[in-house]
Design a protein around this ligand. Sequence first.
Ligand code: B1M
Length: 217
Amino acid sequence: MSRKEEILARLRDAIVNLDYEGIRDVAKEAIEAGLSPYEAIMEGMAKGMDIVGQKYEQGEYFLAELIMAGETMKEGLSVLEPYMKKGEIKHIGKVVIGTVEGDLHDIGKNIVITLLTASGFEVVDLGVDVSAEKFVEAVRKHKPDIVAMSALLTTTMVNMEKVVKALEEAGLRDKVKIIVGGAPLTEEFAKQIGADAYGRDAVVGVEICRRWVSEKG
Ligand code: B1M
């Protein structure tokens, strides 16, 4: 196993083992060893989150462990995020983003925000449990190029369609591109609800957003 693989495995394990105290040191080590913060997040910590989800499904972990895993991930991110920020940034576009109504998961959304910001986007974060009305209000107020939505529950992903419909009813649908993301989603689902794209992960999502603003010119 290479040094890089070893550190990625330790980042993954820190999440799986809910090592809130230890993850900061592993994250620092990752940076010192020359790993990019992106790969530390996507190839290390996010892989650990998948395993935590499986353990929860299998009844080995419970809600308390999910909460602790979330907090451990945030702790690791707090070390890595400063290395992703650029100095003076000229904004290339504006994104309004939120986790949809009924859904409190925000780790994936926050990673997307970090990557968008690092890529030069101005981001308006509406937070979690965001209603269709709030999305519409934010589009009116901030006039973004892109609306991004996140959902982690099969019971809340349906609320994404409500946002698309509400934007249509408000006459704002053709003013923005819409991208959706989150573990239970698929490309097909995104098409079905009338979104313009599905972000399989944060990196792909941000690439799509970059392409859209560069096409716009
Ligand atoms: Co929850 N939870 N949870 N949870 N939780 C899941 C989602 C679940 C799959 C676990 C499981 O059963 N295996 C399951 C959903 C089952 C289902 O719907 N079919 C579940 C459940 C059931 C629940 C509760 C109902 C549990 C309960 O109360 N009994 C409850 C619901 C609360 C609510 O929202 N109303 C709940 C609560 C929680 C916590 C609060 C404890 C905590 C969240 C903490 C937080 O977010 N601040 C939590 C956690 C941590 C998880 C798991 C373990 C991890 C989620 C995560 O952060 N993943 C999760 C299992 C899993 O997903 N494997 C689970 C890491 C993150 C980086 O990935 O968010 O997918 P993700 O984001 C990715 C991509 O999807 C994409 O980019 C990100 C980075 O690559 N992406 C976008 C996301 N949004 C995007 C937007 C874009 C582009 C890309 O636009 C540009």
